[in-house]
Each structure stands twice: as structure tokens, then as C-alpha cells.
Design a protein around this ligand. Structure first.
Ligand SMILES: [Ca+2]
Ligand SMILES: [Ca+2]
Length: 475
């Protein structure tokens, strides 16, 4: 057993990012070897988005501050800084407390790490400049970067990355916001099935199913790197099959809502740091704004997010729990998501009517299937009819009685545009304290800042495909 005071500190540290006090307590207090995490401290960093070794102090940069701290650590004058790397998506959810100080990943901290970080800083300056000046073709200086992937495994990647494969549409959205679409040599069927969302990817070689991709086809692309997600979902044999030739980069594009880690860490690897920091800054602006106003609320609005599939009413009891992305966005919006009460281990728990009634949930935000590739004529069937079915399924709850049943297209609920969903939810659940915040404006900002291919998209004409709530035109 972990001593009580340590346990409380770990729980507090974890609560900041995962906010499932019940589940984290369960993991820590049942330390049976499967879910072992080292003791935490109140100084642990929970908001590090740059999971690159050499980021010694756990902020979002690798700079002179890291060199200075590393020298102090080596001299015994400072302690290592630990970041909480949460990998909740893999089955039971494993949190790791890791230090990024061993920059060259040789198992010891010494002057070689200092030299490595200094050379990394210099390299990134030249690499980013080559990307910025569009002279990457002739930039042939090589560097091996070490990072922690979304499976919580330390990996290496060879730089520069001149050609890359992008698997899954959320991953492709990240590549676009970083400004690196021109390096994509192959992609997957979900990216190609979204010509409205991702017009600039259309016509790129299709590698098909991201979950079961053909290894030979990956090799045939000749790509330097392959950008995908957790091995529990996406073709876990790839490292073994092609890892010697192609660097397999597993970073979150939605999982655990670690999108910011995915965007910044990949942005670093691609030398697209300027755009990556712009994105992180934009996300943090809204996260902080909502957190500042909701963190003091003691009686938070309780919420669930059932999947709102059109064809099958039984899916209306399928939920989104910790690790799904929706859960984390609800919590960031200041709500108390009660989905974790239905399963301690599954990221997609099944709700029961009895359970939802007994908890008397305050609000329901449907994670629905409309959005980018649909038209206003689809809204009746895909949004309004689904809302009606949800009202029927959850009849008797406070949410239905009070008319607090909302809809967000799942493409907006997870992935890099999920900050838009977060602001909509916050304004719906707490209208009094967010009168000055407008989800629709945040959506437009996302398009203008991070979707250069969508500058002509008429959001007003299509907004009802994405959201249904108090400030949407459908209500
Ligand atoms: Ca740093
Ligand atoms: Ca070392």
C-alpha cells in the first residue's frame, strides 16, 4: 500500500488531467503490479505537451532552461522533474510518471545529455528555418530524436521527416494545422472519405484501413515516417514489420484528449514548431478561460455523452468514458461526467436507464454522426430525430425534464477541433458565466487559423449539422 499522504498527492495530481477521482483511487490503492505507478509529488507536471526527451523541466519548450536544469541535476543540485504521462486508452488505464531528462536515452544522466540537448536546440533552429523557408528538399542534416509515444513507450524518430503517411482523419487534421500536408505521400480511407473536411488530401494514395494496414503497402510508399495512434487500436504489428525502415509515430489525435501532446510533439518532429505553438496557445486560452470560471463551482452539472447513431437505437445507451476524448472535453467544460460510474475499465461503457435515472443526470450531450460530410437536408434525420430518440430513451431524467439534451457532431467532439466542442458545452451548461463566449465564433476561429483549405466554408449554412443547443439556430 502507498502511504496515505502520498496517495492523496498522487490523486490530486492525476485529478488535474484525468479527473476520475474514483478510478484513479482504485488504480493506486489496488497496486497489484499491473497498474503500478511510482510515488508522485505535488511538483509533478501534469500539463506537459512536449513529450520529447531533453525537455528536462517539463514545459512546452526545449531551450537553455533545460540545459541549465540538466547541469544542476547532474551536479546533484536539483531533482529531476516528472511529468504525468497518462495512457488511459489502453484497457485499464496506466499512468506513468516519467522524467524527460535522459535526452539521449542511454540510461545515464551525464555531460553527453547536456551536449545532446545543446545540439538538439541548434538542430531544431536549422530544421524549422528550412521548413519555414521551404528549403526542406535540400536540408539533409540528420538527427535522432527520442520521444514518449501515446502508448507510453520511449521511441526514436529520424529527422528530418520529408515524407509522411497520415492514418485517420483526425491525424490528417493535425498534419494540416501544422502546415505539412505537402509532405503526405499516403493516407487512409477515413481521410479520403472526408472531402469536405480534408479537400487537400483527396487524390493521395489510399492505404485503406488504419486498424489493419498492409505492411508491404506501407513500405511501398517509401515514406520516412508513419503517423498513427495507439497500438491497441491501430495496426500494432507495424513496428515489427516495417519499423526498421519507416519510423512509426504513435501520438494521440484524439485518444485521452491528448491532442495537444500529439500536435506539439509531432510539430516538433516536423519542424513546424511555430504553427504547433500557435495551436497550443489557442487551446490553452480557452481551456484556461473555462477553468478559471468553473474550477470554483462545487455543485457541477452532471453529464453523459451517449453515441447518437442514426440507424440503431440501442447505441443510444453506448457511452463515452475516460480515454474517449468526449469524457475529457466534458470535464474541461466544467461538467462532472458520470460515465466512469458505469465501468472502471472501459473507455466506452454502456449506460443503463436505471443507472442514469438513479444519478438523475443534469444534462445529456449526444456525440452524434452528422457534421462535415452532410448537408442541411440531413439534419432532421441525423440530429433532430436522434435527439427525440434520446429524450425517449432517457425519459424521466432531470436532463430531459429540463430540456438539457444537446448534440455535437463527434468529429468536433474529439480530435483537434474539440476545443470548439468544449466551449459550446461550457456555454450551454453554464450560460450565466459564459455570456461573453460564443462557440460559433470559436469554431470560425479554428477554421481561419488552422484549416487553410476551408477558408470558403460557409459555416452559417451548415452549423446545424454540427451542434444543437441554446445558442444554435435550431433551438
Ligand atoms: Ca523545457
Ligand atoms: Ca543519457
Amino acid at each position: 500500500m502507498v502511504p496515505m499522504n502520498t496517495k492523496a498527492i498522487i490523486a490530486a495530481a492525476l485529478a488535474v488531467i484525468i479527473v476520475i477521482a474514483g478510478a484513479s483511487y482504485y488504480v493506486i490503492s489496488n497496486n497489484d503490479g499491473k497498474n503500478k505507478i511510482p510515488p508522485g509529488s505535488e511538483n509533478d507536471v501534469t500539463n506537459c505537451n512536449l513529450w520529447v526527451y531533453g525537455n528536462v523541466n517539463g514545459d512546452n519548450y526545449i531551450d537553455q532552461k533545460d540545459v541549465d536544469l540538466l547541469e544542476k541535476i547532474i551536479a546533484g543540485k536539483a531533482d529531476e522533474v516528472y511529468i504525468i504521462a497518462y495512457d488511459g486508452y489502453s484497457a485499464s488505464g496506466v499512468s506513468q510518471r516519467i522524467s524527460l531528462a535522459d535526452a539521449n536515452q542511454d540510461g545515464v544522466l551525464d555531460s553527453k545529455d547536456v551536449e545532446y540537448v545543446e545540439s538538439l536546440i541548434l538542430y531544431m533552429k536549422n530544421y524549422s528555418k528550412a521548413v519555414e523557408n521551404k528549403s526542406l528538399d535540400t536540408f539533409d542534416e540528420k538527427f535522432t530524436l527520442f520521444y514518449n509515444n501515446c502508448d507510453n513507450i520511449a521511441c526514436s524518430v529520424g529527422l528530418p521527416i520529408k515524407t509522411i503517411v497520415s492514418m485517420y482523419f483526425s491525424n490528417s487534421e493535425i498534419i494540416r494545422l501544422l502546415g505539412a500536408v505537402d509532405r503526405v505521400v499516403a493516407t487512409d480511407d477515413t481521410t479520403l472519405a472526408k472531402p469536405t473536411l480534408l479537400p487537400e488530401f483527396q487524390g493521395i494514395t489510399n492505404l485503406g484501413d488504419r486498424k489493419a494496414v498492409n505492411s508491404e503497402a506501407v513500405l511501398a510508399t517509401g515514406a520516412d515516417a508513419y503517423f498513427t495512434g495507439s497500438s491497441s487500436t491501430y495496426s500494432k504489428y507495424l513496428e515489427k514489420d516495417v519499423g526498421a525502415v519507416v519510423d512509426i509515430i504513435r501520438l494521440s489525435a484524439w485518444e485521452d484528449n491528448n491532442v495537444m501532446v500529439g500536435a506539439l510533439t509531432l510539430g516538433y518532429m516536423l519542424g513546424c514548431t511555430e504553427k504547433a505553438y500557435e495551436y497550443i496557445g489557442w487551446c490553452n486560452h480557452y481551456i484556461d478561460l473555462i477553468s478559471d470560471r468553473t474550477s470554483g463551482i462545487t455543485d457541477k452539472v452532471t453529464v453523459i455523452s451517449p453515441k447518437g447513431r442514426v440507424s440503431d437505437s440501442t447505441t443510444l445507451l453506448e457511452g463515452n468514458g475516460p480515454g474517449s476524448g468526449q469524457f475529457e472535453i466534458n470535464e474541461l467544460a466544467g461538467a462532472e461526467d458520470i460515465s466512469n460510474r458505469f465501468s472502471a475499465t472501459s473507455e466506452y461503457p454502456n449506460y443503463t436507464r436505471e443507472g442514469i435515472l438513479s444519478y438523475n443526470v443534469d444534462a445529456i450531450v449526444i456525440s452524434g454522426y452528422c457534421g462535415w460530410e452532410y448537408q442541411p437536408s440531413d439534419v432532421q434525420k441525423r440530429v433532430y430525430d436522434v435527439i427525440d430518440k434520446v429524450r425517449y430513451t432517457y425519459d424521466g431524467t432531470k436532463a430531459v425534464n429540463d430540456g438539457k439534451v444537446y448534440f455535437i457532431a463527434n468529429e468536433l467532439y474529439t480530435g483537434p477541433s474539440n476545443i470548439v466542442a468544449m466551449t459550446y458545452i461550457a456555454t450551454w451548461l453554464y450560460p450565466d458565466i459564459f455570456e461573453d463566449v460564443d462557440g460559433r465564433e470559436v469554431f470560425q476561429e479554428y477554421l481561419e487559423k488552422f484549416c487553410p483549405g476551408l477558408l470558403d466554408y460557409n459555416l452559417d449554412a451548415h452549423i446545424n449539422q454540427f451542434v444543437y443547443g441554446p445558442d444554435s439556430t435550431g433551438m
